[in-house]
Each structure stands twice: as structure tokens, then as C-alpha cells.
Design a protein around this ligand. Structure first.
Ligand SMILES: O=P(O)(O)OC[C@H]1O[C@H](O[C@H]2O[C@H](CO)[C@@H](O)[C@H](O)[C@H]2O)[C@H](O)[C@@H](O)[C@@H]1O
Length: 384
């Protein structure tokens, strides 16, 4: 193992000053701890005191955010406070699809655009390749999905980008021919290729002994994340159904199996604990609170890193496609949309705002879409 250099995208605790509602003041200047050299493009500044750590909460309270964190949570009609009927939900979904058309019914449009281009595929895991289940340790993907992903990877460079630890998502997927990014992109194993100096990579070997590049921008957070993981296990041990998952560079606090009456206790406990860790922040997933380093790094940045590692960055003839279901996938959708680079496909069975271009209802439609890509590639005689 050969350590190339030791740069870090982390900025720690600057001097106190006024803060925005989200806890990060736009006027804060990057601050480097002694001795470290940083790339300014990777910085996030961290305020010493934060009014609220739930930085991606778009609703009024974190309890609202917890309630709205999964499309399976029943929707209320604002006026009557009654739950939407099946017909109303279906209509709402169909109206929503005018804005986010099905990637299956728009397949011809997608492939017309892809003609003459090299597709690079980025796939989220939970809720995209495997259905959402109550026990996070049992979120297995089906054999059919595995075969489909294996097949698609024969034709297109394919990477999995997950909130899980890289090892765990690899164990679930089990395909050596893919690239993997765990911990919401904070742990990437990619091909050996020179990448820009912004990225400080470690040369390593994968499970098959092949030489790879390892990029772990949050490595200095490991001891802190371990400590927080242990505290969260202790804090939630008496809450029936709560589960804390160590995802290496981030921690997930699951409340899917917790009685809704106890959700506020979970939220408060995490909130209280994180007051002692200003270098960590909280984001929301599907019935899960995600504790992660304050770092200007996310799934969008991971896509850019992987494109560069694969020699596909800034190439007019490359079409990246990212398929995901979670709020954390929005960072990747944004990168593709803003740079007009490629397509985000949101997996959702309920209407929600997104930066994706297209939609798919569930993992079975994802599988269908991947199969269509393979058939299209085969029928186009590999000329595209
Ligand atoms: O980025 P992803 O691959 O989508 O990972 C996001 C989180 O997924 C997992 O939690 C979610 O799926 C579980 C299994 O279906 C479900 O029980 C849970 O409620 C969901 O939030 C995973 O356990 C988390 O660690 C990931 O961060």
C-alpha cells in the first residue's frame, strides 16, 4: 500500500460568527488546521456553534422531516386532513410523471440522445437495486437483479454508490466487475488512473488482488464516527425497534421499526449528542437519520471522481446515467442536471420534488430499464 499524499477536504471549527439558518454562514472563510494542505474546491466550513444541526430539513421541525422521510408514509390532503384515496394518489402520481416521465416509456428518447455516446452507469443500492425492507441487514438483491447488473456491466462501466459501508454493499452485490463507493461516496474504490491533484488517493488492492485507487476524503473522521456510533447504540438501546448501523464514515440511526410516538425521543437524542460534535451533521434518508462529517463531499462529487477515474470526465461523447431513490441521490442528480451532463432517474412510487429527469417506480422497473439498455446496446451492434 503506497500513500501518495495526505491532503484532506475537511475544514474544522473556524472562529465563531453569525450563522445562517442552516448553520453554515456563506461568508465563512475556509480554515485549515495547522500543517494540512487543502484544495479549496473540497472545503465546507463548520461553524463553532450551530442553531440547528438538521441541515437538510425542509419542513418546520425535525419530527416533520422524520415523518416525511419515506414515500410509504401516508399522505394527508391538506384541506380536509383526510388521507388520500388510492385514486387520488394514482392521479397525483400520473400528474407528477408529466414532470418526471418514466425512463421506460421514454426509453427511445433516452437512447436517441445516447446514440454515438458512451453510457456510464451509476446505481444506488437500497431502494434501487433492492426493495426497502424492515431489517437493513436483510436488504438482499434478488438473483435476477444480480444477473441483470452483471450483464449491464459487460456493456457499460458501472458503479454502485451507496450510503452503506463499501464492504457491506459489496457483500450484498457481490460483483467484482463493478466499481464501489460506500459511505455516501466517502469511500471509493476505483481503477488506477491518474486523477487531478484535488484528490489524494491511496494505491491499494481489491479482493481479487487487482491494483486499485482508494479515495477516502473523510479518513480523519474514523475515530469520531466510531465514538458516535457507540454513543448512539447506548442512547437508543432502550427504544424498541431502533437500530444503529456503522457505515464506516457515517452512521445510520434507523427508526423504521420504532413506534411513531418514540420518534421524537430518537430525534432529540441524536440532536443532543451532535451538539458535542460540531464537525458532524445530520441528513435524512428513508426512515433513517444519517450522521456524517461536515465535508464538501457527497454522491455528486463521487460521480465526478469516478468519471475522472474512468477517463470519462468532460467528454462530449459520454452520457452518465444515475439511478437512485434517496435524498442523498439528489446531489448526483444535480451534478448531472446542472452540468447538462447526463440523466438522473429517480426511483419512487410517490410524487416528490427531484433534480432527476426521469423516474422509475421501483426496483423491478430499474431491472427492466437495465435490461432494455443491454438489449439496445446489443441491437445497435456495439456501434454506440
Ligand atoms: O445509498 P443507499 O444505498 O440507498 O443507502 C441508504 C441507506 O440504506 C439503508 O437503509 C434503507 O434501507 C433499509 C433496507 O431496505 C431500510 O430498512 C431503511 O429504513 C432505509 O433507510 C441502509 O441501512 C442505510 O445505512 C443507508 O444509509
Amino acid at each position: 500500500m503506497d500513500l501518495k499524499s495526505n491532503t484532506s477536504p475537511v475544514v474544522t471549527d473556524p472562529a465563531p460568527m453569525t450563522q445562517s439558518r442552516l448553520g453554515i454562514h456563506s461568508a465563512l472563510m475556509p480554515y485549515s488546521p495547522t500543517g494540512a494542505t487543502f484544495s479549496p474546491t473540497l472545503f465546507l466550513t463548520i461553524p463553532r456553534k450551530k442553531p440547528g444541526i438538521l441541515d437538510d430539513v425542509r419542513s418546520n421541525t425535525w419530527l416533520d422531516a422524520m415523518k416525511s422521510s419515506s414515500p410509504t408514509h401516508s399522505k394527508k390532503n391538506k384541506d380536509s386532513n383526510a388521507e388520500l384515496t388510492a385514486n387520488e394518489s394514482d392521479l397525483a402520481y400520473r400528474i407528477w410523471m408529466l414532470k418526471y416521465p418514466s425512463a421506460l416509456s421514454s426509453f427511445e428518447q433516452i437512447t436517441n440522445y445516447a446514440k454515438g455516446k458512451r453510457i456510464a452507469l451509476f446505481l444506488d443500492y437500497d431502494g434501487t437495486l433492492s426493495p426497502i425492507v424492515d431489517d437493513p441487514d436483510r436488504a438482499f438483491m434478488s438473483g435476477a437483479m444480480r444477473a441483470t447488473v452483471r450483464n449491464v456491466a459487460k456493456y457499460f462501466p458501472t458503479a454502485i454508490i451507496s450510503g452503506r459501508s463499501r464492504d457491506k454493499v459489496y457483500d450484498f452485490v457481490g460483483l467484482a466487475e463493478l466499481y464501489y463507493a460506500g459511505s455516501h461516496g466517502m469511500d471509493i474504490m476505483g481503477p488506477v488512473r491518474s486523477v487531478s491533484d484535488d484528490y489524494s488517493c491511496i494505491k491499494s488492492t481489491d479482493k481479487q488482488g487487482k491494483e486499485v485507487n482508494l479515495f477516502q476524503p473523510a479518513s480523519e473522521f474514523l475515530p469520531m464516527i466510531d465514538e458516535v456510533f457507540r454513543s448512539l447504540v447506548e442512547l437508543t438501546k432502550d427504544i424498541t425497534g431502533a437500530k444503529v448501523e456503522n457505515n464506516k464514515f457515517c452512521v445510520s440511526v434507523h427508526y423504521r421499526n420504532v413506534d411513531e410516538k418514540s420518534w421524537s425521543i430518537i430525534g432529540e437524542s441524536v440532536d443532543e449528542l451532535l451538539k458535542h460534535y460540531p464537525r458532524l451533521r445530520l441528513t435524512h434518508g428513508r426512515k433513517v437519520l444519517e450522521v456524517r462529517p461536515v465535508l464538501n463531499w457527497d454522491k455528486g462529487k463521487a460521480v465526478e471522481f469516478l468519471l475522472e477515474s474512468l477517463g470519462l470526465k468532460n467528454c462530449d461523447d459520454v452520457l452518465p446515467i444515475y439511478v437512485g431513490d434517496d435524498r442523498t441521490d439528489e446531489d448526483a442528480f444535480k451534478v448531472l442536471r446542472e452540468g447538462n451532463k447526463g440523466y438522473g432517474i429517480l426511483v419512487s412510487s410517490a410524487p416528490k420534488e427531484s433534480s432527476a429527469f426521469y423516474s422509475l417506480r421501483d426496483p423491478s422497473e430499474v431491472m427492466e430499464f437495465l435490461k432494455c439498455l443491454v438489449s439496445w446496446k446489443k441491437s445497435s451492434g456495439f456501434s454506440n
